[in-house]
Design a protein around this ligand. Sequence first.
Ligand SMILES: [Zn+2]
Ligand SMILES: [Zn+2]
Ligand SMILES: [Zn+2]
Length: 152
Amino acid sequence: MTIGRPPTDIWKRIKRQSERTSNGCLVWQGSINSSGYGQIAPPNSKSKILHRVVWQMLFGPIPKGYQLHHTCENKRCWNPDHLELISPSRHKLLHNGDYCPNGHEFTKENTYLHPDGAGKYRECRLCRTAKRRAYRQRIRSTKVSHNVTPQN
Ligand SMILES: [Zn+2]
Ligand SMILES: [Zn+2]
Ligand SMILES: [Zn+2]
């Protein structure tokens, strides 16, 4: 994703006060609100939640009834690639602890922890396997379609 050039001053300030981690998080080093989210006070305005400000600068208003979820689970991160616009019901599912968004239980065996995610970003193994299978199938079908052209 390319980052555009929204209002300059605040944008510069956000970048200056953030640090990039090895898994790509852009972590705000400035002030944090009581829920652990980064906050910023634009000129002549009350403090606002940082990742929401960034999202709105890049993509416009957040549609009514939608919420932003951190796929990296780092509340201070504002990398738009780590933010997902989702419905509150799906959001609840993602945070309910015991089940993946597709309803598989997060047992010890079924939980995959990403090594580069500071041990926090977990994924359902069943969904992960399904995703990989779909990916392999896509590769295979691409190869087949290449083989049938005599010029190859
Ligand atoms: Zn992140
Ligand atoms: Zn969330
Ligand atoms: Zn799953």
